[in-house]
Design a protein around this ligand. Structure first.
Ligand code: HEC
Ligand code: HEC
Length: 254
């Protein structure tokens, strides 16, 4: 909540947004935008939603119109499904994004925090984390880049991500499996879906778009991340948590 308060205050002179709108917008962003725009709003090349400056919009009304209508012939498709209130919430969240990112640090359970240097070595070495995750680039597009993770997640929720990856998966990091009527099975990261279509990033990191009328089945999949539970000792997990906590911003990530 502290992060939220800051964002609210910083923008108060210009705009005022109800904290409940920002919270609603956060949820909508996680469900509908995070997959492409990322946790800090800067995953789409040339776009930075957290900066408060947009190429295609300046006022809140411009933004609302843009999100509703999309940007023709780009992946930024129209979203006629949102009510005006939902669009306002999304804009309230975007206007307050730079201070908090998408997640608030909710889990405040006390956990052991080890040695960050040892954690870094594990991350890039024996722990195998960097096979999937980049830190400011370098990883697979199917796994979240962990730059900035230390300012978005509490130590306890990071520990949970390592020990029990299936327990808590952020909306934009979910995987889905679909079966086409022709019998082809495709598994991938869920980038976006609406009433008629679904977009997945497949194992080859290619974006595929499918019409729901061509599918015979679709189901969410558990996290593909392996648990550290029986592989790493509690000390090693504490070291990794310590390292992840040092990844505070894009600049300090390397
Ligand atoms: C499937 C990927 C995808 C999803 C999901 C997505 N976007 Fe986008 N968005 C893009 C792309 C790509 C662009 C840049 C289009 C271009 O080339 O101008 C963009 C551009 C934008 C812009 C314009 C930025 C600027 O500088 O003017 C805004 C605002 C925006 N998106 C908001 C959202 C919001 C809010 C959501 C969720 C409701 C969302 N997007 C969901 C891909 C996506
Ligand atoms: C096989 C690929 C793979 C490996 C190996 C892997 N991860 Fe992951 N990790 C993922 C995927 C995919 C997700 C997104 C789904 C989820 O949240 O579980 C993820 C999620 C996470 C998250 C949560 C990120 C967020 O944005 O909420 C953290 C933290 C994390 N991994 C750390 C690690 C660490 C530390 C290691 C090494 C011990 C590791 N991962 C090994 C694929 C992997």
């Amino acid at each position: 909540m502290g992060l939220l308060g800051l964002g609210f205050a910083a923008n108060a002179q210009e705009h005022s947004y109800a904290p409940s709108d920002i919270e609603n917008g956060r949820g909508l962003y996680q469900g509908n935008c995070l997959g492409c725009h990322g946790n800090n709003g800067d995953s789409v090349e040339g776009v930075n939603l957290g900066k408060g400056r947009f190429r295609h919009a300046s006022s809140d009304e411009d933004l609302i119109a843009l999100i509703r209508a999309g940007i023709p012939s780009t992946l930024m498709v129209a979203r006629p499904q949102f009510s005006y209130g939902e669009l306002r919430s999304l804009v309230a969240f975007l206007r307050n994004m730079q201070t908090g990112g998408v997640l608030t640090a909710a889990d405040t359970r006390e956990v052991k925090i080890g040695d960050a240097k040892a954690g870094q070595q594990l991350f890039f070495g024996k722990g195998g984390c960097s096979k999937c995750h980049g830190v400011n680039g370098g990883g697979s597009r199917l796994s979240p880049d962990l730059a900035g993770i230390g300012s978005q997640r509490s130590p306890a929720s990071l520990e949970t991500s390592l020990q029990d990856p299936r327990k808590e998966v952020r909306e934009g990091n979910r995987f889905m499996q679909v079966t086409t009527k022709a019998g082809v099975v495709i598994t991938g990261k869920l980038m976006n879906q609406d009433t008629h279509s679904v977009q997945l990033m497949n194992e080859k990191e290619k974006l595929v778009s499918l019409l729901k009328k061509d599918l015979s089945a679709q189901a969410m999949m558990p996290s593909p991340m392996p648990s550290t539970q029986d592989v790493l000792s509690p000390t090693q997990v504490a070291d990794l948590v310590a390292y992840l906590l040092t990844l505070k911003s894009e600049e300090s990530a390397k």
